[in-house]
Write a protein that binds this ligand. Structure first.
Ligand code: ADP
Ligand code: ZN
Length: 438
């Protein structure tokens, strides 16, 4: 049985989606041009007028918008409606520098929550479920987004927010939570904490997890599914486009359907800005078609992924994005080789290690260094120095095979790497001067 939250939208024929997107795009470009001087001047500079946009085929004529623009226009420079129509702000987590704020009308919030409701229903969940939301509430979009989606579906919602793992576990077990919403790194931590308290995966009532807000690998998915005894689904979004729910996984667990009735997606070459054909890996760019307060046109997310439109067994017609392997900012160039933390994560988990690791990049004698700190399991901890050193070398050679460059691997004591309750910080790049993180 396939279930949808908004069947007509989610299964709309592709031609109809494109027609709808064209109609909405024309309206949105006019709205933005008339109401946002910052945007008008960008369009004028590029020599493009609203009447030049006749369908989604003209999208490429519009200028890009970047995080730098958002910081430039902070706080009110990109607001497209009267303040009296706005009811909320949310803010980015500031992972890559100064936070930016986004504004919402009530309608913007409703549409955003509907997107999250689609994501929840796509996991096979319904109003009979108990949904534990342990994304942070507050300025971060994770908590409020999934909370709103859960209400719309009619689940009993546990607004836990992040942290206080002891209480998370108590409520999860006492109230019989069936859905867990949090970052994948926090899900892994909850799994580890349950095990330490003597619980087996079948002791909890959880059926599904809805995890996002940071990159995570297929290896990580398998690890979490095993430790919690659930099916783990990916959800994607960013504050600038509303929050989580821009894209979500269906029962195939193989890429995320983008809510194309609200968001128009493109893939571009991050270096040249050239639009790439479907199936190419590149930077994801979004145009929000329905947002009233903070509509962004051609916003560069810096997330790297691939878009593909194929028939999906779930019946949804929306295009799919692959799991983002990270942001262009997360990509480290080490001795001339492009490295994403997710590639290292995949090797570690494949070699049987838990997802508790930290990557340190530095520069000595004009050469980049790559150190990977990985926790041993409590069982390995009693190994002799010789055995540990052998394991370190073995892991280093596996990473070398994957990346083409040699790291130094340090197996460290269990629990010595800080656990994350929100977005995990996997990389310390000492080559970057403090403050210049974008
Ligand atoms: P910040 O940009 O400060 O982290 P946000 O909280 O708005 O602020 O986070 C949005 C970003 O989080 C996205 O651009 C993306 O890099 C990352 N992200 C969100 N969901 C996922 C996901 N499912 N997989 C990988 N990365 C994700
Ligand atoms: Zn599907």
């Amino acid at each position: 049985m396939h279930r949808y939250y908004q069947k007509d939208a989610e299964t709309m024929p592709v031609e109809k989606i494109k027609e709808l997107q064209s109609k909405k795009l024309i309206k949105q470009v006019n709205h933005v041009y008339e109401n946002v001087p910052y945007y008008r001047s960008l369009m004028d500079k590029k020599g493009v007028k609203p009447q030049d946009i006749k369908s989604i085929d003209d999208l490429h004529k519009l200028p890009f918008l970047t995080k730098a623009d958002l910081r430039d226009a902070y706080p009110y420079g990109l607001l497209a409606t009267d303040l009296k129509n706005c009811v909320r702000i949310q803010s980015t987590s500031g992972t890559t520098g100064k936070r930016v704020v986004a504004f919402y009308t009530q309608n913007d919030i409703d549409l955003w929550e509907e997107c999250c409701a689609r994501a929840i229903v796509a996991t096979g969940s319904s109003n009979k479920d108990v949904c534990q939301v342990c994304y942070g509430y507050g300025l971060f979009t994770g908590g409020f987004g999934l909370n709103g989606g859960s209400h719309k579906v009619g689940c009993l919602t546990l607004p836990m927010s992040s942290g206080n793992t002891e209480r998370q576990i108590q409520f999860m077990m006492d109230l019989g939570a069936t859905i867990l919403c949090c970052t994948p790194s926090y899900a892994a931590y909850i799994g580890e904490s349950l095990k330490e308290r003597g619980y087996k995966p079948e002791d909890n009532k959880l059926k599904v997890g809805i995890f996002g807000a940071e990159p995570w690998t297929e290896e990580m998915r398998r690890d979490i599914e095993k430790s919690l005894g659930i099916k783990a689904y990916d959800i994607y979004g960013l504050t600038e486009t509303s929050g989580p729910g821009v894209a979500f996984e269906c029962e195939e667990q193989n890429g995320m359907h983008i809510n194309e009735d609200h968001f128009l997606a493109e893939i571009i070459d991050p270096d040249t800005g050239e639009v790439l054909p479907e199936g190419s890996r590149g930077e994801l760019v979004f145009t929000s078609l329905d947002k009233e307060a903070f509509p962004l046109l051609r916003y560069r997310t810096r997330d790297i992924c691939v878009l593909t439109r194929e028939n999906c067994s779930c019946g949804r017609t929306f295009i799919k994005m692959t799991k983002p392997m990270g942001r262009t900012d997360d990509m480290m160039i080490i001795r001339g080789v492009n490295v994403f933390p997710s590639q290292i994560e995949a090797v570690l988990l494949n070699c049987g290690y838990a997802p508790n690791y930290q990557i340190v990049v530095d520069r000595f004698n004009n050469s980049d260094t790559l150190d990977v700190y990985v926790e041993m399991s409590p069982e390995n901890f009693s190994d002799t120095v010789k055995e540990i050193s052998k394991k370190e070398k073995l892991l280093a050679s596996e990473i070398r095979t994957m990346l083409g460059i040699s790291p130094v691997v340090h197996l460290v004591a269990p629990k010595s790497i800080e656990r994350s309750e929100g977005k995990a910080k996997r990389v310390i790049d000492k080559r970057r001067s403090i403050g210049i993180t974008t």
